[in-house]
Design a protein around this ligand. Structure first.
Ligand SMILES: Nc1ncnc2c1ncn2[C@@H]1O[C@H](COP(=O)(O)OP(=O)(O)O)[C@@H](O)[C@H]1O
Ligand SMILES: [Mg+2]
Length: 500
């Protein structure tokens, strides 16, 4: 018997206002398969999903559900064929209970006017039970954690005899622990014969779970293959069309004298007795799990947290870090963990965001911008950091996460800091941007900047730091040379509970 696909997409195209978002896309999924749909932001992943689920109509092409052909699909037809989509926002209603949310889709599928709540409750309990999701069905969904909201969405999908569950970037807002829990659920679904189409552009997680890959670029297929035919390097190449050499940071000229000396620094409920030096030309990694004190330490070094005891010296002189202004006077730059709320003025232009910290430099008396000077400064940073924009006067929120992070970096570099502290420098950025940001950091360090990277992205820390401090429960528990340790060893050191 020929293997039947649950889903077979053939030559599907779709344009928005004349711009082709999908060009003859194909995608094939077998029963019980865990399939990863990968590609950079804007390559068309969500669009193809919306075509499959009947949200968008296709311009051309055919979609087959278990052999049944469609050129037009209604949302109801998709559901009746066992296709369930878990969108990035989960499409749930925060002000309704778990039960009401679960019932919602059933009504759509069965076109019922009246809901038999008793029966519904039984089905809901069973669906939640299938993924071992323990929840009070009367809880308001708005009160649940992100991970639990996702479980509500998955339970709902299971109530309709789902054969294929499509998850659009399901790990975006999850912690590592929640991602692990989600992967376990995906494997359980597979055991029940349900296929999962997992949409992601995150290199570190896709290999953990996926058996087959379909990779897209610019609305077109690049390759479909088995997991064992791919590695990190090929995956990045197929996604971006660029070849990356992942270079280890080679410190070229580390100063003899430290620029920053931290001695016995403590902050209640944050970190204790922290000691370290930082030299010009170094990239110092500080790693640890969430709650290890790594972020509190970073904030204290930028004057955003008041410390209780200890000293900080900059260029050999005692420095006070009691405010951001004081930290900036010492020529320290800080890139926050959450650039969207702390780092960027999203509705302001890219140019404004780059130049906002240079007001003094770029204005002529009475606060008027020196337009020519401002323009050349903006052009320089757009070029240096390869910010992908046709017009820097466009709003910052028109750019992808990776390009937004480049803007935040440009802004700080424009102030010519001696010390740059980056908290989660590449969280949520695409592979190409990640690579470019790392390369920029290597160059900055080798040109004399002292850099601290705070990150729990282990490959990032190993490849880009000259030394790594490990934090646990507010204390620095060790220092490692990233050349002498494997990713697994560092991961183990991070998570092991014994104080080393
Ligand atoms: N409703 C829409 N109207 C106009 N353009 C859209 C719409 N949805 C998506 N696009 C465009 O189609 C392209 C693919 O987007 P999308 O499928 O969301 O990408 P991905 O999910 O891979 O990040 C992008 O260029 C996006 O701007
Ligand atoms: Mg998307």
């Amino acid at each position: 018997m020929p293997e039947e696909y649950i889903l077979k997409v053939t030559d599907v195209s779709k344009s928005f206002a004349g711009v082709k978002a999908l060009n003859k896309v194909h995608l094939e999924i077998k029963p019980g398969e865990i399939h990863c749909l990968a590609g950079e932001n804007g390559c068309g992943k969500s669009t193809i999903i919306k075509v499959i689920s009947g949200v968008y109509t296709m311009d051309e092409g055919v979609v087959e559900f278990s052999g049944k052909q469609y050129t037009e699909i209604t949302p109801r037809e998709a559901i009746m064929n066992g296709i369930q989509v878990i969108y990035q926002d989960f499409s749930i209603f925060p002000n309704l209970t778990v039960m009401e949310n679960l019932a919602y889709n059933t009504e759509l599928a069965e076109k019922k006017k009246f809901v038999n709540w008793k029966r519904m409750r039984e089905i809901a309990q069973k669906a939640a039970g299938n993924i071992d999701f323990k929840v009070d069905l009367n809880t308001l969904v708005g009160d649940l954690s992100v991970a639990d909201k996702q479980l509500v969405a998955i339970s709902r999908a299971l109530m309709h005899g789902a054969k294929l569950i499509i998850m659009d970037e399901p790990t975006t807002a999850l912690t590592k622990k929640e991602v692990t829990a989600l992967f376990k659920i995906i494997l359980d679904l597979q055991k029940q014969g349900i296929a999962v189409l997992f949409v992601s552009h995150k290199l570190d997680e896709v290999f953990e779970i996926s058996e087959r890959f379909t990779i897209m670029r610019n609305g077109e297929n690049v390759i479909t293959c088995n997991a064992d035919e791919l590695d990190d390097k090929k995956f990045s190449y197929y996604m971006t069309g660029r070849e990356f050499e992942s270079k280890f940071f080679e410190p070229a000229n580390v100063s003899a004298e430290p620029v920053l000396e931290v001695r016995d620094l403590s902050m209640e409920n944050g970190f204790y007795n922290v000691d370290f030096d930082l030299r010009k030309g170094e990239i110092l990694g500080i790693t640890g799990l969430l709650g290890s004190g790594r972020t509190e330490l970073a904030l204290a070094l930028f004057g955003l947290h008041k410390t209780d005891s200890g000293t900080i010296m900059v260029h050999g002189k005692p420095a006070e870090f009691t405010s951001v202004q004081k930290a900036m006077k010492e020529n320290i730059g800080y890139l926050p963990e959450d650039r969207l709320t702390e780092g960027l003025f999203l509705s302001r232009s890219i140019a404004d965001n780059i130049t906002v910290s240079e007001v003094d430099n770029l204005t002529r008396g009475a606060g008027f911008w020196d337009d020519a000077k401002r323009q050349s400064e903006v052009d320089k940073w757009v070029a240096d950091l390869k910010i992908a924009t046709k017009n820097p006067e466009n709003a910052a929120n028109t750019l992808s996460g990776g390009n937004q992070q480049r803007i935040v970096l440009a802004r700080w570099l424009a102030t010519h800091p001696d010390i740059l502290i980056m908290n989660g420098p590449t969280v949520g950025v695409d592979i190409g941007s990640k690579h470019d940001i790392h390369e920029t950091l290597h160059n900055l360090a080798n040109n004399g900047m002292a850099i601290i990277i705070i990150s729990d992205d282990i490959p990032e820390v190993i490849r880009n730091c000259s030394r790594v401090l490990l934090m646990k429960a507010g204390k620095i528990t060790g220092e490692v040379n990233p050349r002498e340790i494997s990713e697994n060893q560092l991961a183990e050191m991070m998570t092991s509970s014994d104080a080393s």
